[in-house]
Structures are given as C-alpha cells and as structure tokens.
Design a protein around this ligand. Structure first.
Ligand code: SAM
Length: 220
C-alpha cells in the first residue's frame, strides 16, 4: 500500500479533519477572533464584475507558518503583506507574528470583510509584531497594489481567469514602480498559470506551498 493511499483512507482523513478543526478552534480562542468554519459565497454581497471565486475556508496555521518562515526576507519592515481573498482574516493574523510594515487583506464578499474587521478590532496576541492590519472590500481583479515591496499571499481564492488578471496587474505595477514582490501560494491550484507567464522565479516548491519572486524587479 502506498503512502498516498494510506493518507486518503477515510479513518485517517477523519482524524486529519478533526485535528484541523481543533487547531482552528484553538487559534481563534487564543486570539479572541472568529475565523473557523467554511462559508459558501451563494447569497453573499460580492464586489466587482466577475463575481466568481472559491468559497471561504480558513488556512491551517501550520502550513502558513512554514511558508512564512521560508520567505527570503531580512527586513520585514520593508515589506507589506497582502492576502488576496482574505476572508475572515486568519492569514492576516498569522502574518502579524512578523514585523511587516503593514498587512492588508483583500476580500470581495462584504459579509466576510465585515467579519474580518470585527476580528481585527478584537485580535490580541502576545506574538503580534505588526501593528497595522486592515481589510479592504474589493475584487482582487480590481485591487491596486501598494507601491511598496510586497509579499502577496494566496490560498486558492479564485480560478485561472482572475489569477491571470491579478498577475498582469502585479507585473505592470512593478514595471511602473520597480520593487521586490514575493508571492506565497498555499496548496496552489493555479501554479501552472504563474509558470506560464514566465515572469516569476520559483524560490521554493513544497507539497504545501510555493514561493516565487517576480523577475525584472529592477533590483537584480
Ligand atoms: C480559501 S478562502 C481563503 C481565506 C484566507 N486567505 C485564509 O487563508 O484564511 C478564499 C477566499 O477568497 C475570497 N475570494 C474569492 N474570489 C475573490 C476575488 N475575486 N476577490 C477577492 N476575494 C475573493 C473568498 O470570498 C474567500 O474568502
């Protein structure tokens, strides 16, 4: 029996889901926030034209922490962290354990954005290193990227069409204002879209996440 078939056995899948739920519950309890649970997009008020994207499912803290630890950054104060499809904000609170210049979540569902704002106001944690966390209610395809060095995080928020638009916008923004842009994709389903652009160099590729750096950022 292969390792993969053992991992997908119903009993083990159930155990993994239970551990994941417990991890999420503990995360929320210790930070006084509410990010657990999934939310379908049907019936939510969505910003933008496309009105298409994947449902809300918070990221598991462990893989996010591993990816954050792997970012090739020396001076966090020189980078702004942007989570595209930030939902209720869990990824923002994990990023806040590093001293980023500021952290911004981009969420197109008004109800999830409102919940994120409530969470940001309530969030307390002794590991917090970044004082500025915000959520903005906008479609990622319309988002104007800040003219700062960036870490762009994605946990499978949308399909290839929106991803292509987002990547085009990042690239033209960097052409106009050269700066460093790192991208951190969790369990990436759109990695092929990134690779097909020829504009990103893979810095790290693991089963759980990929880290990229934009090419021709004017700094190399
Ligand atoms: C899998 S969840 C990720 C949640 C969050 N990043 C985290 O790690 O906890 C995907 C999120 O992307 C949002 N989303 C989907 N399409 C979007 C778009 N075009 N613009 C902004 N947000 C979008 C969904 O509403 C949902 O909250």
């Amino acid at each position: 029996m292969s390792f993969d078939s053992i991992k997908t056995r119903p009993g083990l899948r159930h155990l993994r889901d239970s551990i994941s739920r417990l991890e999420g519950w503990w995360f929320d309890l210790t930070r006084r926030v509410s990010t657990a649970g999934v939310a379908l997009l049907d019936g939510l008020s969505l910003a933008g034209d496309a009105k298409r994207g994947f449902m809300y499912m918070p990221a598991r803290p462990t893989p996010v922490r591993l990816a954050l630890r792997d970012l090739p950054i020396r001076e966090y104060e020189n980078y702004t962290f942007v989570d595209l499809g930030s939902g209720k904000g869990r990824m923002l609170f994990l990023a806040a354990e590093y001293p980023f210049r500021r952290i911004e979540g981009v969420e197109f569902a008004l109800e999830l954005h409102t919940e994120a704002q409530r969470n940001i106001a309530r969030y307390r944690n002794r590991r917090r290193r970044c004082p500025r966390i915000e959520s903005v209610n906008v479609d990622a395809a319309d988002y104007v990227f800040p003219r700062e060095n960036l870490v762009i995080a994605l946990f499978n928020p949308f399909g290839p069409e929106v991803m292509e638009t987002v990547l085009r916008r990042v690239q033209s923004s960097v052409e106009e204002h050269p700066r460093d842009v790192l991208m951190m994709m969790l369990f990436p389903e759109q990695a092929a879209v990134v690779d097909s652009t020829g504009h990103w160099r893979v810095l790290r590729r693991t089963r759980r996440y990929h880290i990229y750096r934009i090419l021709n950022n004017g700094l190399e």
